[in-house]
Ligand binder design. Structure first.
Ligand code: AMP
Length: 489
């Protein structure tokens, strides 16, 4: 087995918001497809990237910290010869960015290696880890993915398929999983369907990806979404599917539609750009204002800003130029670096915005750093009025299912009135989209989604230890907790 080893110590707890991509192919060039698939999923994770391939006998893994294009080169892709493979891009904001936490991770089941790539976040990791440790299992990391791998590894079932099914029966929370054995590719989506997972076909070859945009890049056709609770098994006999787990409440993460997924991807056969455009239209209807121009906080606010313009008939303009070579500022680990990050990323078009009454549309406010900096920039550049419009409701509750947005205390909207936030951001007006309008924009029944980050209604119960973690998690930023300032422009 080939691995790149760069071990460092960690005790960090992890939450994963990631991209996964798997291929069952008839030729040996699977690594190349995965490389391109991961490039398309780069927005889902920028901390590390990895590929595992099977040549039918052994599994080779190569992974490292960095963007897909930084991790992989012609040289290290060349030895990854095989016709089945999986890939992963990793994102986390709480866990440290170290090699050991990158995926795919690999383990042994009896005398056979398997590799695993996970997008999501289990809610019963601690409980399972303790049970496993009592059985003598040792862990190298605190990741939930390792817990899943260990459950498979220590299963007493006769074959890997049964071991995987047994492990899946024990885990709770969110998981879109790809597992590679020497001759099979398994794709599993949790019964709530928190994270997306889609099935594609490329001239008879099977592809599984977090999002449809990753199918497009290799000219694969979208076939369907992997159903919540479904396990798909692909091997030399073709594709089999089983509904493994009872589905009592599908609860797809609504934040995928608001922010995370790429606008050119499709969910529920609907284009994400179109959905965000409708969110903008709903926002214009629900939160109108008189202004001269609508601008977005690029890129994530752009579809909703165009929609707001269409709904309000206020012209859309480019007011902020984004440096496309800087990563998502949110992903930068400390508050200090995040603050510089916003300036690195956005610069105002002074001549366009000078003297104008602006509607500024963004998809969400988490800590408020982005909005605060953007507003300051726009006023310094001569904006006459700023009306902030957010195409989602106020974020108030931490996510335990894979989006590591903030601890409860970090949310700007936590314990603040709308007026407090307006003053803090220093804008002339501030409005958020309501949950009902959000649902109208999506055009699907409300009960298909998880809105926990907005309303605290968690579809999978959250154990107390996890809740405490998210509340009191050590965070140096607490000292700099935002002070509500007066409205001084
Ligand atoms: P903040 O400066 O903390 O308010 O960040 C808000 C911006 O970060 C939003 O405008 C989103 O575009 C983006 N964002 C929201 N949630 C997340 C997340 N969980 N991870 C990364 N970026 C996010």
């Amino acid at each position: 087995m080939m691995t790149k080893i760069k071990f460092k110590k960690t005790g960090a707890k992890l939450s994963e918001k990631c991209g996964v991509f798997g291929v069952y192919c008839s030729n040996e060039n699977v690594a190349e497809f995965i490389f391109y698939g991961l490039q398309a999923l780069q927005h889902r994770g920028q901390e590390s990237a990895g590929i595992a391939v099977s040549d039918g006998e052994d599994i080779l893994v190569f992974k490292d910290l960095g963007l897909v294009s930084q991790v992989f080169s012609e040289q290290n892709l060349a030895p990854l010869v095989g016709s089945i493979g999986i890939g992963h891009t990793r994102y986390s904001t709480t866990g440290r960015n170290i090699w050991k936490n990158s995926q795919p991770i690999y383990r042994m089941f009896k005398d056979e290696v398997f590799a695993i790539a996970h997008n999501g976040n289990l809610t019963n990791t601690e409980e399972l880890r303790k049970e496993q440790m009592k059985r003598g299992v040792r862990f190298e990391t605190t990741t939930d993915t390792e817990v899943i791998a260990s459950l498979i590894e220590s299963s007493e079932r006769d074959n890997m398929e049964d071991a995987i099914k047994e492990a899946i029966g024990k885990i709770k929370g969110s998981y879109s999983l790809l597992i590679l054995s020497k001759d099979k590719l398994f794709a599993i989506r949790d019964p709530h369907g928190f994270r997306p997972l889609v099935l594609g076909d490329r001239e008879g070859e099977h592809i599984i990806a977090s999002e449809t945009c990753a199918l497009d890049i290799i000219d694969a056709q979208f076939i369907r979404e992997v159903d919540p609770g479904e396990i798909i098994i692909i091997d030399k006999n073709g594709l089999r599917s089983q509904m493994m787990l009872p589905v009592d409440r599908v609860s797809m993460c609504v934040f995928e539609l608001i922010y995370f997924s790429r606008p050119d991807s499709y969910l529920y056969n609907k284009n994400i750009f179109e959905i965000r455009h409708k969110m903008g239209q709903e926002l214009a209807r629900e939160c109108p204002v008189e202004a001269d121009m609508v601008i977005s906080v690029p890129d994530s606010g752009t579809p909703a800003a165009i929609g707001y313009s269409a709904g309000s008939k206020i012209p859309y303009g480019e007011g902020l130029i984004k440096n496309r070579y800087i990563g998502r500022t949110f992903i930068l680990p400390t508050q200090e670096i995040r603050e510089i990050g916003v300036k690195l990323k956005l610069n105002p078009l002074r001549d366009v915005i000078k003297g104008k009454r602006l509607v500024v549309v963004d998809d969400s406010i988490v800590r408020g750093n982005t909005s605060k900096k953007v507003v300051k920039m726009l006023y310094l550049a001569g904006a006459k009025e700023i009306h902030m419009r957010i195409s989602s409701p106020p974020l108030l509750h931490p996510c335990y299912y894979g989006i590591d947005m903030a601890t409860k205390k970090d949310f700007l909207a936590n314990h603040r009135t709308l007026e407090d936030i307006r003053k803090y951001l220093n804008v002339d007006s501030l409005k958020y989209l309501s949950i009902d309008s959000l649902v109208r924009a999506i055009g699907e029944p409300k009960d298909k989604f998880c809105f926990a980050c907005f309303n605290g209604d968690y579809p999978v119960p959250i154990p107390e230890n996890l809740q405490l973690d998210k509340y009191f998690m050590e965070n140096p930023d607490y000292e700099n907790e935002v002070k509500v300032s007066s409205n001084a422009k």
